[in-house]
Design a binder for this molecule. Structure first.
Ligand code: PMP
Length: 415
């Protein structure tokens, strides 16, 4: 006779269990929802009509929080490639490439990446998160050092934890602090310096030439740059900030994602290192997880090839970013950067209730932006994070600025 779990589970003392550590967060969220605001983390897009338009609760809503920088999600060639691969290769690979085999589509997307980046190797992961997790944990193990910007993405930190490397943090975008901290490490130790081209919270760009010069003063360092938010938009070929700033020869690894400019899902690392291919045998987040489905790699390969010739889109995205930055600054909002540096424009607020109120007012007016709060942001900082798309029309940008004016005034955030 089988017993239920409740029959056998011993009682926990003091009503505590492993969820108890989340009680303050649960209480904070309940208190916020009790004020009648909509839950910022439970929005459902009932219909998505284009890269910039969705229907939320029956209302047409402009999307301004997608990371869909180049608007490739609805590109007709990209969508057609996905449908064809679905018909010809089926819905999924049902396993890892190491065991189940590589599909022709995986080879094709890696070839497209090698061409896009001009590198000898490219390796595709199931997400950008896994690309950082895999590369960092496999390159830097116990006894090695990972030197990273304090504002690094969670996947970079998690890569360090998985690999068990020593973590050395330097102050966000501070060349001086990077240099100082490298100088304190044993010269003979092997070190991986991890940088990002664009930092996604505030949308600011790293001073890569100065950082590379600082790193080169120290022995045994390799450099990895995460270009998740730079790909597609920066540089003559859209490779990222490292291309725009002219440090291509100084960087050992570029990590990126298909979930932003490419318009689908997946992650990758490209490199010219002669031993790079060994990663396919030793990188656990590559070996022990299912590979991307044929439709996804086909859409990614088509999108990446089109991004090689997307100069006009890049110019329009840049114009959109500059217009929104100026419009919001003129209205009196405090932004993450003094001048527009990327396609991310972050409105900084210091009061959670006010931040949620503006976010909700914007939603009611038909505009969706991201709400970011601690721990993703520094303590006491709440962000309404906007990411522009090359497919936002001039008229939509004008509408967006008008909506911010109305919402900001309604809530008392601007005069
Ligand atoms: N790196 C950075 C800098 C990111 O912002 C993100 C996602 N926001 C990732 C990596 C992870 O990418 P993915 O969504 O493909 O997992």
């Amino acid at each position: 006779m089988s017993q239920t779990v409740t029959d056998t589970a011993p009682a926990l003392a003091n009503d505590r269990d492993l969820f108890s550590k989340f009680d303050p967060l649960i209480a904070e969220r309940e208190a916020l929802l009790a004020t009648g605001v909509r839950d910022p983390f439970a929005i459902v897009m009932d219909e998505v009509k284009s890269p910039t338009l969705a229907v939320i609760k029956g209302q047409e809503t402009i999307l301004l929080g997608t990371y869909n920088y180049m608007g490739m999600t609805f590109d007709p060639d990209v969508v057609a490639a996905g449908k064809k691969a679905l018909d010809e290769f089926g819905a999924g690979t049902t396993g890892s490439r190491v065991l189940n085999g590589t599909y022709q589509g995986h080879r094709e997307v890696e070839d497209a990446l090698k061409e896009f980046y001009g590198t000898s190797s490219a390796m595709v992961f199931s997400t950008g998160y896994q690309a950082n997790l895999g590369m960092i944990s496999t390159l830097a193990g116990r006894g090695d050092y990972v030197i990273l910007d304090a504002d690094s993405h969670a996947s970079i930190y998690d890569g360090c934890f998985l690999g068990d490397a020593e973590i050395v943090r330097f102050r966000h975008n501070s060349v001086e602090d990077l240099d100082k901290r490298l100088g304190r490490l044993p010269a003979e130790a092997l070190k991986l310096v991890v940088l990002e081209g664009v930092y996604s919270m505030l949308g600011d760009v790293a001073p890569l030439p100065e950082m590379v010069a600082a790193v080169r003063k120290h022995a045994n360092c390799m450099i990895l740059v995460d270009e998740a938010h730079g790909m597609g938009f920066f540089g003559a070929n859209g490779r990222g900030v490292y291309e725009e700033q002219g440090v291509e020869k100084d960087v050992d690894f570029i990590v990126g994602t298909f979930s932003k400019s490419v318009g689908t899902v997946g992650g990758f690392c490209v490199s010219n290192h002669p031993k790079f291919e060994v990663m396919r045998l030793v990188c656990r987040p590559y070996v022990f997880t299912a590979s991307l489905p044929p439709s996804v790699v086909a859409t990614a390969a088509t999108s990446i090839r089109k991004l090689m010739h997307a100069g006009e889109k890049r110019a329009h995205l840049w114009k959109n970013s500059q217009r929104l930055h100026k419009g919001l600054t003129d209205l009196g909002f405090t932004l993450g950067t003094k001048t527009p540096q990327s396609a991310i424009i972050a409105v900084i607020l210091t009061d959670q209730t006010q931040a949620v109120a503006i976010w909700q007012a914007l939603l009611e007016l038909g505009l969706y932006v991201n709400m970011a709060r601690p721990p993703a942001t520094p303590a006491g900082t709440f962000l309404l994070r906007c990411s522009l798309c090359a497919e936002h029309s001039d008229e939509q940008v004008t509408q967006i600025i008008g909506m911010f004016e109305a919402a900001g005034k309604a809530v008392g955030a601007i005069a």
